[in-house]
Design a protein around this ligand. Structure first.
Ligand code: FA5
Length: 333
């Protein structure tokens, strides 16, 4: 029986050593060491052995089993390594092949202008303030000196939700909100960019929803010349340092005096760009600032309007249609 075991060992060792793939190795494991394998079937004959022989044969069988198992596991490792190396050899990357193009998005032109404007004003010491788009009549109109039934309200046709609540028609509603929050402290020096809504019919220059940027400065001794200086700096940073401006008298219920600011375009002539003025004493007073001690200026402009002038866009609706042919032109902005 020992002889048979030794023969089995030699045959199994030779076969395992010469196996070329993992499947063959698995099959050999079953064939020699499995429950119905050859080693087990030899051991089944142990019943016919004498009690002295049995332990010797048992020990030999165990030794053979261990030997074959370790042989199989080292051969398995070897074959797995070979398989991996073969795979890696076959999968080498051809670095000369052209790469896949990466599509890079672009910042929307309105967002780009919004950010540029913020940067310019922050550079002049302004802070960014916010206010709600669903606003009360009080902040959108009353605190800004638009009396109830006053015809000035018709300048901004509004979307009312109920008689007291509406979608804000301008970012000027942030003026009283900011002043009240400051509780009479100075300086107030904020800009407020955001969405506004008006019942305007959509056409090339109007939209029912658009964006504005508001500016407000309140302090002791704030003057119209400072207003002009701040806005000239902004305009020249935005449109080029040679850009000329002019101030025309205008009317807003919350500023006195009020002006419209135009910029000069050599092809198109004077173009309106901003509404502005000195904060009306009544507006200061309603928001807790004594107009005897404090003065202020405010300004407001449409972000779409600035973007249209800067990029020579002739129809406001291009901004909202998401036509990729339009948007791709701003890829480098
Ligand atoms: C105002 O809204 C004032 N709140 C601006 C202001 C602020 C004046 C502070 C004084 C002091 P106005 O209604 O003119 O003003 O609107 C300002 C800008 O918003 C306009 O110049 C224009 O660029 C833009 N705008 C107005 N209506 C529309 C619209 N329907 N679509 C697109 N842009 C518009």
């Amino acid at each position: 029986m020992q002889k048979r075991l030794n023969e089995l060992k030699i045959i199994a060792e030779t076969k395992i050593k010469s196996a070329h793939d993992l499947n063959t190795l698995k099959e050999l494991k079953v064939k020699f060491l499995g429950k119905k394998g050859e080693l087990t079937s030899v051991l089944r004959g142990m019943g016919g052995l004498s009690p002295e022989e049995r332990p010797q044969v048992g020990a030999l069988a165990n030794e053979i089993r261990n030997r074959l198992e370790s042989l199989i596991s080292s051969k398995t490792e070897e074959l797995e390594e070979e398989k991996l190396e073969k795979q890696l050899r076959e999968q080498t990357v051809d670095v000369t092949l052209p790469g896949l193009p990466l599509t890079v998005g672009a910042i929307h032109p309105l967002q780009a202008i919004w950010e540029q404007m913020e940067d310019i004003f922050i550079g002049m010491g302004f802070e960014v303030a916010e206010g709600p788009e669903v606003e009360t009549d009080k902040y959108n109109f009353e605190m800004l000196n638009f009396l109830k039934e006053h015809p000035a309200r018709d300048m901004q046709d509004s979307f009312y939700i109920n008689p007291e609540i509406l979608l804000r028609t301008h970012t000027s509603s942030v003026q009283p909100r900011t002043m009240l929050a400051k509780e009479g402290e100075v300086p107030v020096r904020i800009i407020c960019p955001g969405k506004v809504y008006r019942r305007d019919s959509d056409d090339a220059t109007h939209s029912h929803q658009f964006m504005q940027i508001e500016g407000l400065v309140v302090d002791r001794g704030v003057s119209m010349s400072e207003l002009k200086g701040v806005l000239l700096t902004f305009i020249q940073k935005m449109f080029g340092k040679e850009t000329e401006i002019r101030l025309r008298p205008s009317f807003f219920p919350f500023t006195e005096p009020s002006v419209e600011i135009d910029i000069y375009d050599p092809q198109k002539g004077w173009l309106e760009i901003l509404g502005a003025g000195m904060v009306h004493p009544r507006v200061l007073e309603k928001s807790g600032y004594n107009p005897e001690h404090y003065t202020g200026f405010a300004f407001g402009t449409g972000i779409e309007r600035i973007a249209m002038l800067k990029y020579g866009i002739d129809d406001i609706r291009h901004f909202y249609n998401n036509d990729l042919r339009f948007l791709r032109q701003f890829q480098s902005e």
